[in-house]
Design a protein around this ligand. Structure first.
Ligand code: SF4
Length: 696
């Protein structure tokens, strides 16, 4: 036998929302290497993260035993050495840790159930997300449970639910095969969804027209027919100007609008004021180019729109998505091959965690908590009392309430708010104030530094369950290796904690959780555990032999009368304008080698070797003007705080901008970011902060 491994296991990459299927080759109890296999989203392809980023699961920093904060520990803060936890924590048995966690949760609940809130995770499986939201709702009677979708596509989901009746994509990204034109706006798929980007590049090779819109000259510009490098925060003015042209030149699809939409007349009238000439000074795009782009998109047979955090993470993020939805609707580009709306999901299971109800205003399948009949459906399945009909608090609202002392205890599973939240200094102060913080994770994350009790959990390659990618494709994940030491699968920890706080839970296998989810989630109709053994299934699946619908809403929308809605959007300025003291604009994001807060990829040998140092990027002309050499360390300061970080030269960055990846704790970008939120989608404005750059 020439095999260089002992066993192989099929699973799904733990990083981005593309959801590439992988085969994990295991030797001597460790994953030795990873190969891409033929999943519908990747057809054997993997990017550098999927192929080389797996060995974090064997890192010596893995948590292997429950930990309890020592009574004589120094004050809470980012001061624990992960190689020597004993200065702050002592090892405990599971029995002791779970006993302490449950008794303290019950004590807080006895005072007031609103004392306790929870953050679940898009890094976990669908079943784990479902159990987590049920834990808070059933165990504490309210909806104060959320996860990182709030920091990601909350505004996109809000606009999609409002206007097309569903928060998921209307077409898979693979539908680009059937498109004539595609818009990519506020997204950098070459770095953040690299395998999806390979399909986008193929599309341009076969003659598809690509329109890229972004304040940064992102990598896809090299493949674009039109690149619109617009002013940061000026999305609505640019998109409304494009739609103005479509209205004035009567390029819209009257038949589609008449048959499938409402509120068109109001939208049309609203758009009349947004002429290209009036909007060009705001968005910085030449009126001729705005007209050209409008004609290309409106006259194509089929067009797709992809967007990312550049669209969603603004105080007008919901308005940005409303514009994109209106653009697709007025050109009849929903519900047919090669057409649709596709917010590219960031984390590998942010779609699934949202579908599973890990959201303060929605139960599983986006069913509103305010409807008595809907809650009754869930409490009947759960065998429990009714819970609150009030929408719960979001991530940033929970942090604010913790800071104010109104939330006293938190259960945090796999999230890292001490790195990921805007104005993270405020978030860290809030976490330090909690009386009880239970963190369930695989590493001593920055958040776990503030914990009272730490429960060692599992990485995705150690788990059984399902995940759902950006394409609405449900896939099985399977354990290739056992969790290290005494670490456990997340769902098992939540189940035991639920039992210990008095809930009537009894699951002997994760497939039983999936079976319970199916009782309330029509999106899972015809998707069975047995089918998932061998298939990837896109929801909705119309029969037990249907692999699922790549395109939805060809025959109407899940709204009143089956009609989608136009919601006009006006121009709203970013929350803080640059001024003399803070004259430039900071935007944050990810880079190819590192994923989110870096807790996994910075512990992956190859990825850390390729990109080991905290960095930001600025335009070389600006650097020259300021007398700064690329590679120097500079100081970045906003109204929230200051970091020191190495700067690189990048011509793709506008001259008044700084781009800062948020993966580096030693120069945490979110110390700088603004926590002002979109009033509708409640997403913070990560993509625009007034900033000062100084040579040190
Ligand atoms: Fe993993 Fe995304 Fe890369 Fe695929 S594209 S290998 S899912 S990080």
């Amino acid at each position: 036998d020439s095999k260089d491994y002992d066993s192989e296991t099929e699973s799904v990459c733990p990083f981005c929302g593309v959801g590439c299927k992988v085969s994990l080759k295991v030797k001597d109890g460790k994953v030795k290497y990873v190969e891409g296999i033929n999943g519908p989203a990747n057809e054997g392809r993997l990017c550098v993260k999927g192929r080389f980023g797996f060995d974090y699961i064997h890192h010596p920093h893995r948590l292997t035993k429950p930990l309890i904060r020592r009574e004589d520990a120094p004050a809470k803060g980012l001061n624990v050495d992960p190689s020597n936890l004993s200065t702050h924590f002592r090892e405990a048995t599971w029995e002791e840790a779970m006993d302490l966690a449950s008794s303290r949760l019950k004590a807080l609940r006895d005072q007031d159930p609103h004392n306790v809130a929870g953050f679940g995770s898009a890094k976990c499986t669908n079943e784990e997300a479902y159990l987590f939201q049920k834990f808070i709702r059933q165990g504490f009677g309210h909806n104060n449970v959320d996860h990182c979708t709030r920091l990601c596509h909350a505004s996109s989901v809000a606009a999609l639910i409002e206007n097309v009746g569903s928060g998921a994509v209307t077409a898979t990204f693979n539908e680009i095969e059937n498109a004539d034109v595609a818009i990519i706006i506020g997204a950098n798929p070459i770095e953040n969804h690299p395998v999806a980007a390979t399909y986008f590049k193929q599309f341009t090779k076969r003659g598809g027209k690509l329109i890229v819109m972004d304040p940064r000259g992102v990598g896809m510009r090299k493949f674009a027919d039109e690149m619109l490098q617009f002013r940061p925060g000026a999305d609505v003015s640019m998109l409304n100007a494009i739609m103005n042209v479509i209205v004035e030149e009567e390029l819209y699809d009257s038949q589609y609008i008449h048959r499938w939409t409402e509120n068109w007349e109001a939208e049309k009238e609203h758009l009349r004021a947004f002429t290209p000439e009036a909007m060009a000074p705001i968005c910085g795009i030449d009126p001729d180019q705005l007209r050209r782009v409008a004609r290309i998109f409106a006259q194509a047979k089929a067009g797709l729109i992809f967007w990312g955090m550049g669209v969603s993470q603004h105080i007008h993020g919901t308005d940005n998505s409303r514009c994109l939805i209106s653009l697709a609707l007025m050109t009849g580009n929903v519900g047919k091959p090669g057409a649709g709306l596709h917010p590219l999901r960031g984390q590998n299971n942010v779609q699934g965690a949202s579908d599973a109800g890990l959201i303060p205003m929605f139960l599983p399948d986006y069913k509103t908590v305010t409807d008595d009949n809907i809650r009754a459906q869930f409490t009947s399945v759960w065998g429990s009392e009714d819970f609150s009909n009030e929408k719960g608090l979001t991530v940033t609202e929970i942090i604010d309430q913790a800071y104010a002392g109104n939330i006293k205890g938190m259960y945090i599973q796999g999230e890292n708010p001490a790195m990921s939240d805007p104005d993270v200094g405020h978030a860290r102060d809030a976490l330090a104030k909690l009386e009880l913080m239970i963190v369930q994770d695989i590493f001593l994350t920055e958040t776990a530094n503030y914990a009272d009790i730490i429960l060692p959990a599992s990485a995705l390659y150690e788990k059984n369950g399902t995940v759902s990618n950006t394409n609405r494709q449900v896939q099985r994940v399977r354990p290739a290796v056992a969790p290290p030491g005494e670490a456990r699968e997340d769902w098992k920890i939540t189940v035991e904690l639920a039992q210990r706080i008095g809930l009537n839970w009894s699951y002997s296998d994760v497939s039983e959780v999936f079976a319970e989810m199916k009782l309330t989630m029509e999106s899972l109709d015809n998707i069975t555990w047995e089918r998932l053994e061998t298939e990837t299934i896109t929801y909705p699946s119309l029969s037990e032999t249907d692999p699922g619908q790549a395109i939805v809403f060809g025959d109407g929308f899940p709204r009143a009368d089956g009609r989608a809605k136009f919601t006009p959007a006006s121009v709203i300025q970013p929350d803080e304008a640059p001024d003399e003291e803070y004259p430039m604009i900071a935007t944050t994001g990810r880079q190819l080698e590192h994923w989110h807060t870096g807790s996994m990829t910075r512990r992956a040998t190859v990825l850390d070797a390729v990109e080991p140092e905290a960095n930001c990027s600025m335009n070389p002309r600006q650097l020259k003007l300021m007398g700064i050499e690329p590679g120097e360390t500079i100081r970045l300061t906003t109204r929230r705080g200051s970091i020191e970080i190495m700067v690189r030269a990048d011509r793709a960055i506008a001259e008044d901008m700084v781009f800062i990846p948020f993966a580096y704790v030693e120069a945490a970008a979110n110390i700088l970011t603004n926590s002002a939120i979109d009033p509708y989608g409640k997403i913070p404005e990560f993509k625009f902060s007034a900033i000062r750059v100084e040579k040190i």
